[in-house]
Design a protein. Structure first.
Lengths: 421, 421
């Protein structure tokens, strides 16, 4: 595309979204749910067409030599399409956050004041994940009354466009502005760059993918971005930990699904328990295929463990690799997390009520846990229903983001002629 | 200052604030309130010294030829210092938002999940207002458990530094890290620019002042900014308005305090009521010294009214000037506000319940009112206590911002050994 074409295309997307946002904001819940059911039905009945479009992406991925893991993530099967439809149905079943009265009061002068939940407006969603994210994001934005501009990864573009066609048909057949959900139809990066400058029309950008994608988005965006760069999650095994519980939690946090942002990347162990605990957990972790790096004191307790470098402590491995450090105290564990952590999710294992409370109070992360696996840091596990992402930012939304986090509020004031004196 | 000096100074401010944030976040309410009472007492007992420092600013302002209005705003008198102390005491009396459990649930697996309110961390507050804002901002940030870096206008620098000395003494005498409240001690703009790049240490910037200041801050800041550029507030007098109520509200919204962001800048009148309403309100407004601009239809109804230019409709006058437009319909009023407004505060005057609800639903502003003056859009009037500012942004905080808006939340999860399956 020429730069003129790009700016025309971006201008259209952005203006269409802004106009659609005004109409989707005031749709009734039943109309929105009707569209979602139509999307779910459409996905199922178009299963063959979706898999055909998916074949084009898969063929290109093979030609490009993508790893078999990536190709697996990209693949749409009957089962996966059924799951995608089911996820959209689950969003339809969630409570509509729009119009909720958050709080309200009557002032001494009789003014009735409410804070009412309203959609944010136009969301830009930039992602590089599996094609099912397209349907999830469309459903969450629609249910929360927002217009959304979707921009998926180029590897999945034919699959994403096919899913988007079903969304567009469901919108049209329910007389809803199809521009409520638009999809960028080209892999041209200039289009993304243009969108990231369209702060007059796009209220927020939510990027989801690798750290590189997210840093590029943050750097270029002129509107607010809600994101997390990475999850360097810690489990701290306190002096007063139940060793059996600590083992179970550590194994789960590291190995149950190592490739996700809420998996453990660093294990901190109190010195008074290290000599008994570390060799045992190290053996178990190694049996599960985990490669260990340690501080000098940890290395002295576990044979053949490589020494961790200063950079290791802030790395998000997303694979079966773990850093291990022996700490002098709870304070040193908290300081370590403040220094090297990513403010995503951190857990303490302890039976000491005071240690637990200090950890919860003083670790400044989006999710802090006592005696539970870091893997629970997730919208579904927290009961939010589907999540649009996880935020390690402090403003607006922190931790798993569900429907509510796709809304803002307005102050609604009802009077009977009051004036200010 | 040389650029090395600037970066050393900014680095110190930012690092000190980050370290202080960790300690102020976990202070008990009674310690924080003790500091606030000590600040209030300190302001009163140092009244003479404050007025002496203020004299230096006033002398410089006179030499610089500042307007008498600006000099008046800058002046500290006994009464104003008493009011400043009283405002700090009122913040002490507000409920501490830190630690509030926003919501919570027990999951089927027994995990107890809470969202707990916590401080944001480090707030950068950049302002050009009266010196009392220094004490207000320090008090609000301290009470909400945040560290703050204050940077006031250069006209008030000696007054601000004198107020800050009292704050610092109150912190020290209560054994609280004095770096909880730091003040930039130089008018050098390079220091502000440096702070706006210190996103590793400063979590949010809140600017307060003219549109020029705020645009400069937004342009340079690499961290989130909560702000409003301006208040182009509308009153829409509907076909079914009570004319007497409409007059009272319009007069109050325009003339009670024209220099503030929630004063009316544009009056929209439905065509069916314009012929009777407009000439009367125009006469009253003119009697109060208001200069009127109008659309052609309004000009046809009011003698000697200048025609409003296209630019006028989006101007924030902050003085006794008003634009007047006759609209065909409620829809046209809503469209006008969407096109020219600033999403700050807009009001409808009507007895028609349907018109009222449509206005409340469809006007996408931080505050929308029915049958009340726009002047009520204010933290104090809404019952928040003191306000740190007003936001027309959609993320995090919208409208008047009190203590709660200076906080975020964390997810606190308590388990008994749960792992994810």
């Amino acid at each position: 595309m020429t730069s003129t074409d790009v700016s025309t295309y971006v201008g259209e997307l952005a203006r269409n979204a802004r106009a659609a946002a005004r109409s989707v904001a005031i749709l009734s819940t039943s109309v929105k749910d009707g569209v979602l059911i139509a999307i779910a039905d459409g996905l199922l009945s178009a299963s063959a067409a979706l898999q055909e479009a998916n074949q084009t992406d898969l063929k290109a991925a093979e030609d490009a030599g993508l790893s078999s893991a990536l190709i697996d993530r990209l693949t749409l099967s009957d089962t996966r399409i059924e799951k995608m439809a089911q996820a959209v149905r689950e969003v339809a079943a969630l409570r509509d956050p729009v119009g909720e009265v958050i709080d309200g009061t009557v002032r001494p002068n009789g003014l009735k004041i409410e804070r009412v939940r309203v959609p944010i407006g136009v969301v830009g969603f930039i992602y590089e994940s599996r094609p099912n994210v397209t349907a999830d994001a469309a459903a969450l934005c629609l249910k929360s009354g927002n217009a959304v501009i979707l921009r998926g990864g180029k590897e999945a573009i034919q699959s994403n466009l096919a899913i988007h066609r079903i969304v567009a048909e469901a919108l049209e057949s329910n007389d809803v502005d199809p521009c409520c959900v638009q999809m960028v139809n080209t892999p041209d990066r200039a289009v993304v760059d243009g969108l990231l400058q369209a702060d007059e029309f796009v209220d927020v950008i939510i990027p989801r993918g690798g750290e590189g994608l997210i840093r590029a988005v943050v750097e270029k965006a002129t509107m607010p971005v809600i994101k997390h760069y990475k999850g360097v999650c810690h489990v701290y095994v306190d002096a007063k930990a139940d060793p059996g519980m600590a083992e179970t939690i550590c194994m789960n946090a590291k190995t149950q699904r190592p490739g996700v942002c809420n998996a453990m990347e660093t294990l901190l162990v109190h010195e008074s328990i290290a000599a008994s605990f570390l060799p045992r957990i190290a053996a178990q972790l190694r049996e599960a295929g985990v490669d260990l790096h340690g501080c000098p004191r940890a290395c002295a307790l576990v044979s053949d463990m490589a020494e961790a470098s200063e950079e290791n402590w802030s790395e998000e491995y997303l694979e079966l690799v773990l850093d291990v450090r022996v700490v002098d105290s709870l304070e040193q564990a908290i300081d370590h997390i403040a220094t090297y952590g990513s403010a995503h999710t951190d857990a303490i294992v302890t039976t000491d009520i005071n240690a637990a409370q200090r950890f919860l109070d003083e670790v400044d992360s989006s999710t802090v846990l006592v005696n539970a696996s870091t893997r629970f840091s997730d919208g579904g596990e927290f009961g939010l229903g589907a999540e649009i992402g996880i935020s390690t930012d402090k403003l607006h939304a922190r931790g798993p983001m569900g429907l509510t986090e796709l809304t803002t509020y307005k102050w609604v004031v009802r009077g009977s002629g009051q004036i200010r004196v």
